[in-house]
Ligand binder design. Sequence first.
Ligand SMILES: *Cc1c(COP(=O)(O)O)cnc(C)c1O
Ligand SMILES: [Zn+2]
Length: 409
Amino acid sequence: MRIPFAYRCTQCGRAYARDEVTYLCPVCATGYKPGMPLPGVLRVEFDYDAIRARLQGKAIDWTLWSAVEAKYFPPYAVGNTPFTRIDRFAALAGFTNVFVKNDGLNPSGSLKDRASFLVAAEANRIGAKTIVAASTGNAASSLAAICAAAGLDAVIFVPASAPRAKLVQMILHGARVIPVNGTYDDAFRLSLQYSEKRGGMNRNTAYHPLTIEGKKTVGFEIFQQNAGVIPDVILVPVGDGVIISGVYKAFYDLRESGLIEKLPRLVAVQAETSDAIHRFIATGVYRNADQPTTIADSISVSAPSNASMARQAVLDSGGFSITVSDEEILRGQRSLAETTGIFAEPAAAAVAAALLRLSGDARLHAKEQIVLLITGHGLKDVGAAMTQVKIPEAVEPVLERVEEVVGLK
Ligand SMILES: *Cc1c(COP(=O)(O)O)cnc(C)c1O
Ligand SMILES: [Zn+2]
């Protein structure tokens, strides 16, 4: 039986019943205009006493913390991605106990599958046939794939500059794709205007509260795969701030349910030019990022939709935030690839870059258990990595030529 939950406004604290609201807190969202972080983002608050009672003396049933019943889940296998110790990379950065959670190995190649999966389940539950979304690329390719599996229609707004592979994915899976001559923030605004006028369920990140709930399953898996031990630190790439809020929510749910006491420290990693959440955490003052020009397209955003919740997640966990340059991201991508066999897209590689930067930093201890959350696969954006590799010139198919090239003669 499902555990009851309410939607709680993270701004004013009002609670709403499950089918009373769909997106933001109706009271706090009245002054919302696209181009600013979302006001009144809703958090799913379970009846934690009921969960505690159900856990008494029993093995953990992970569906207790699911906001949508399993019977509505689309036929699409999300999650259960590898959790692996990476000693060779750790040594480069001067740490001894580093793991990766490789969510680039989700079916569509990014962690976004977790959010799209739960939103599609919710669409099934309420009988919505169309899901509308704005995306830098991964949320859309993921939504398109899951809608294909579920038999739903996807309408997608993306910056025309999104990496080709992501565009190919969403079109191949049969979504209605509208490339926008503009930024991700422009696509976000358009998609809201579109769904308000033309209908359809809107999957925009944080705007639909179940995107946060969907993403939290990565936190549950880290806890399970780490044998029920809470890692000391988790590094998370941050754009809109929903993944990090989802990771936080996983450990929040476990704490409220009496299963753990302390939270892992969450480190928010942003790109230097897309640093609105970083500055908000560091200074307490919010301002949009002026020109988010980073190569890490998945974390390129001017007005992060979930800025407040992300800041709260970092502060409440005792973590901190950091930014890395595009040059560091590309170097981190290469180092990770060379020492772990993992090809991460630039946004995901930002956490590798951050760990290299944090070598010797007093905020991390050399022997702590540190988890790098790899959020997207490198094959989604081969163009970015091409700047780091030189493909050797072809040789005539004769052994003598090969020996010349490899320097044996
Ligand atoms: C979306 C995304 C992020 C950032 O997630 P937010 O919820 O926007 O902070 C990071 N990495 C990849 C690969 C993504 O697709
Ligand atoms: Zn409110």
